[in-house]
Design a protein around this ligand. Structure first.
Ligand SMILES: Nc1nc(=O)c2c([nH]1)NC[C@@H]1CN(c3ccc(C(=O)N[C@@H](CCC(=O)O)C(=O)O)cc3)C=[N+]21
Length: 311
């Protein structure tokens, strides 16, 4: 997709840029520059692959990610397969654990605890969601912090929130790397996060706060949502509702991050209308998604290296 205007990303989130965005929006053209995630993701994965190869040479084994899937939800099966395929290409071994949808919380915790104690496993990913009868938090907490390459444990969340070293949630981590890639200034900016899920919206807001953004969380029960979204210099859409946010609610020149993954590769942002007002916008597919997987792979390799070096 081509953009009609090459807005320097450093200016995209500034108020000074807003006026020209408004004018071009009126003509019905896309003014936003595209924030491509595929190129940066490829570079992150190449770097992880080089480190994985080095690890393999030194230790005789590849970094290993255990993927845990409960049930056979088609979308989840597809995502997990995609992650495994990327791992294979990067020289990361994956060990798949498929569990029946009927498994109990206790059974799942037991399985994850085994993986946490298995020295051959460096990272663990429990695919979300796990089904309503399972206590997902309890299952996540069975992941050893040093194997939490998906950044889903309380330990990781706290480290993330305090700006301490540790593993970040993959999608929020991918968003931050994408913002850095496009030189988006965050200090003093109003970042609005729509969505507050434990591994997406909530940690995304904490990471933005760490970078000195002024963060507002919105969610399904927020009243006057549009008025708040319209104030966003940086908008992170993570509600899981297809095309929930439209151009009418985008502040001209804003940086729009679509972290939605709805069936059919549809994001939470109505791309066509939002791109008429945004300064920078992520596409779906090809934006946040590839960055999520890249961060997962990079953190898996990091876990392997760290485990080895501290053994
Ligand atoms: N514990 C856990 N961690 C997760 O990180 C996690 C999860 N559970 N559950 C499901 C969501 C979803 N998710 C995506 C990752 C990559 C793409 C992605 O790469 N999408 C491609 C398109 C996909 C395609 O080509 O079919 C893209 O946006 O370009 C999408 C969605 C991770 N999730």
């Amino acid at each position: 997709m081509s953009s009609t205007q090459a807005t320097p990303s450093t200016q995209a989130a500034s108020g000074a840029q807003a006026a020209s965005g408004t004018q071009q929006a009126a003509s019905g053209t896309q003014t936003a520059r595209l924030m491509d995630g595929t190129g940066p993701a490829r570079r992150i994965i190449e770097s992880a692959a080089a480190t994985a190869a080095d690890f393999h040479r030194r230790t005789g084994t590849a970094p290993c990610l255990a993927t845990v899937l409960v049930g056979e939800d088609l979308a989840s099966v597809t995502y997990v397969r995609m992650k495994q395929a990327r791992c294979a290409k990067a020289g990361i071994e994956s060990r798949h654990v498929a569990l029946p949808a009927s498994i109990s919380t206790g059974g799942l915790v037991e399985k994850i605890t085994e993986l946490s104690e298995d020295p051959g496993v460096h990272g663990i990913l429990l695919q979300h969601p796990v089904g309503p009868h399972i206590d997902e938090r309890a299952a996540f907490e069975a992941i050893a912090p040093d194997k939490d390459v998906d950044g889903v444990t309380m330990h990781s969340f706290a480290a993330m929130s305090f700006g301490l070293p540790g593993f970040v949630s993959c999608t929020p981590g991918g968003i931050m790397r994408l913002l850095a890639e496009y030189d988006v200034e965050l200090t003093g900016k109003h970042a609005v996060v729509v969505g507050r899920s434990p591994i997406l919206g909530k940690p995304a807001g904490m990471l933005l706060l760490e970078r000195n953004a002024t963060v507002t969380y919105c969610h399904s029960r927020t009243s006057g949502l549009s008025a708040i979204v319209r104030q966003a210099d940086v908008l992170v859409a993570a509600v899981g509702r297809p095309r929930f946010i439209t151009g009418a609610d985008i502040k001209p020149g804003a940086v729009v991050i679509d972290a939605g993954y709805n069936p059919g590769n549809v994001g939470d942002v109505d791309f066509a209308s939002a791109a008429e007002r945004a300064g920078l916008i992520t596409p779906v597919p090809g934006g946040v998604g590839p960055m999520t997987i890249a961060v997962l792979l990079a953190q898996t390799v990091e876990a392997a290296v760290r485990g080895r070096d501290t053994a």
